[in-house]
Write a protein that binds this ligand. Structure first.
Ligand SMILES: [Zn+2]
Ligand SMILES: [Zn+2]
Length: 497
């Protein structure tokens, strides 16, 4: 049994629902839907995959709507046959925003919750559609005793694609009050956009040079709930690019993610700011399930394996991934060029594999440890991104800005435009290339893997020996007494601020 519940669907499914449920005559309508689970560490999401529309005579519209048992049995049969769960959605034609469960709907849905579980082996998902603004309400009918079912009310319903549009349950996730510190930000886009942005649970995967800047910007913008992922330690060669990092952090073998979380707490402008620092990679099972709790993920990594895992989270689990990166061409010791990218992987947009952001063959190499073997890396072509480590602060800042811009465009949709394509910026020419097409023909992420959630047949996580080694080294260093002493003093100074 899960503690938090949410629903997600693609823009395509949402449009088909609106088309069916918003009637010209203003009456209520309903239909059954199919769903698959996406299980995070603390949240379960029902991913809506398809509609089972009523056939002639299967429902009666007369002020309120009713459906026949034939319709229910047909829809439940389809769900059972392809291993999906069953959901039921009905419209409140004059509703606006989040839809609470009323007594009539409660009685109607409990009436077939037991039968749904018996036929599909998955609990019934109940949904309400608000006719005025295409808002939603949702709940998962959990069995308490053989005859008693209780609704676990969702905290949000997310529509994912070109735009990320979330209906929040104001009772479970109230909008944080606007603070004095946010006056300039809120006057730029208004309180309702701020309320939507602030309540997103944002994950930042990789808190190196780009990720650290992303964390800073999100905390200042007023995002209330952040999860940070990085197993790395601050090192001497990071200091030219890693915001907030000092020589002391190097001496103390500080985890990058701890530095990021500490900086975020200081930068946060919202009340009740929550940040969790995870010294894990998203390729490890624990990191993966923590990432599956997020509404949006920033990919600030440069390795193929985590990028492949994030690509799966974007397309199979419907969590948009804002990705990017920097490539510097310094062959012969001269700066010949540099480029940075910002794009979003989500249904209807090109995935990270189709954008060429990782090579599937190298995912296998990384999983078996080859990419952490210096000999293997030296065997790659000289211009291969995994061999080229050149970078400067300003390029990282540009990449962070390119990713943050993509995030803002997707969530705030200025002028109604949420998707401006994948951006590639060239330093030497000052130009931007944009790719506005989706995945290449035959891409698995754009086809059979879409919204499969936990039912995905691919096993993408596994033990990460390099991460385990880095954590062990850090734990070992932390036991040495000069480091313990200096850490204690440093922490004391932080608490006094
Ligand atoms: Zn109702
Ligand atoms: Zn693709």
């Amino acid at each position: 049994m899960t503690s938090h519940f949410s629903v997600a669907m693609t823009t395509d499914v949402a449009q088909r629902l609106t088309q069916h449920l918003r009637r010209a005559d203003g009456q209520e309508d309903c239909c059954f839907v199919l769903w698959r689970p996406s299980t995070g560490a603390t949240r379960t999401t029902a991913l809506l995959t398809d509609l089972v529309l009523p056939q002639h005579g299967e429902r009666v519209v007369n002020g309120t709507v009713d459906f026949t048992s034939d319709y229910f049995l047909r829809a439940a049969g389809i769900a059972a046959e392809n291993g999906s769960g069953l959901g039921f959605i009905h419209a409140h034609p004059r509703g606006r925003g989040w839809q609470d469960l009323n007594d009539i709907d409660h009685a109607a849905e409990t009436a077939f919750a037991a039968q749904t579980l018996a036929i599909t082996r998955r609990p019934l998902v109940g949904l309400t559609f608000a006719g005025t603004d295409a808002g939603y309400g949702a709940r998962l009918w959990q069995r308490h005793t053989p005859r008693r079912y209780h609704p676990l009310v969702a905290a949000s319903v997310r529509v994912v694609g070109g735009r990320l549009a979330v209906t929040f349950n104001d009772r479970l996730l109230p909008a944080p009050p606007v603070t004095e510190r946010q006056i300039r930000t809120v006057s730029a886009w208004g309180p309702s956009t701020q309320n939507d942005l602030a309540r997103l649970h944002v994950g930042v995967v990789g808190t190196g040079s780009v990720g650290m800047l992303v964390v800073e910007a999100l905390a200042r913008t007023g995002i209330r709930h952040m999860s940070l992922f990085d197993f790395d330690t601050v090192e001497e060669h990071n200091l030219d690019r890693l915001l907030h990092a000092t020589a002391r952090d190097v001496r103390l073998h500080r985890a990058k993610v701890d530095l990021a979380a500490r900086a975020a707490r200081r930068a946060a402008t919202t009340l009740d700011f929550q940040v969790a620092a995870h010294e894990t990679s998203v390729v490890e099972p624990e990191g993966f399930s923590l990432a599956a709790d997020c509404d949006v993920l920033f990919s600030c990594v440069d390795r193929p394996w985590p990028r492949a895992v994030l690509n799966l989270l974007a397309n199979a689990h419907l969590i948009p991934v804002v990705d990017g990166g920097v490539a510097v061409d310094a062959r012969g010791g001269h700066l010949r060029g540099a480029e940075w990218r910002g794009h979003v992987a989500a249904p209807g947009r090109a995935c990270l594999e189709c954008l060429g952001q990782y090579d599937p063959a190298l995912v296998t190499a990384e999983r078996n440890g080859s990419l952490d073997d210096p000999a293997y890396i030296l065997g790659l072509p000289a211009e291969h991104p995994l061999r080229r480590k050149e970078n400067v602060f300003v390029f990282s800042a540009n990449a962070a800005a390119a990713q943050l811009t993509q995030f803002l465009t997707m969530t705030t949709a200025p002028g109604g435009i949420a998707d401006t394509g994948a951006h590639l910026h060239h330093f030497t020419t000052g130009t931007i290339e944009r790719r506005e097409t989706g995945c290449d023909q035959g891409c698995l992420y754009d086809g059979p893997l879409r919204a499969l959630g936990d039912d995905t047949p691919l096993v993408v996580t596994g033990p990460h020996l390099a991460a385990e080694q880095v954590r062990a080294d850090r734990a070992h260093a932390a036991r040495r007494w000069p480091i313990r002493m200096e850490r204690a003093v440093a922490d004391l100074l932080v608490h006094q601020r």
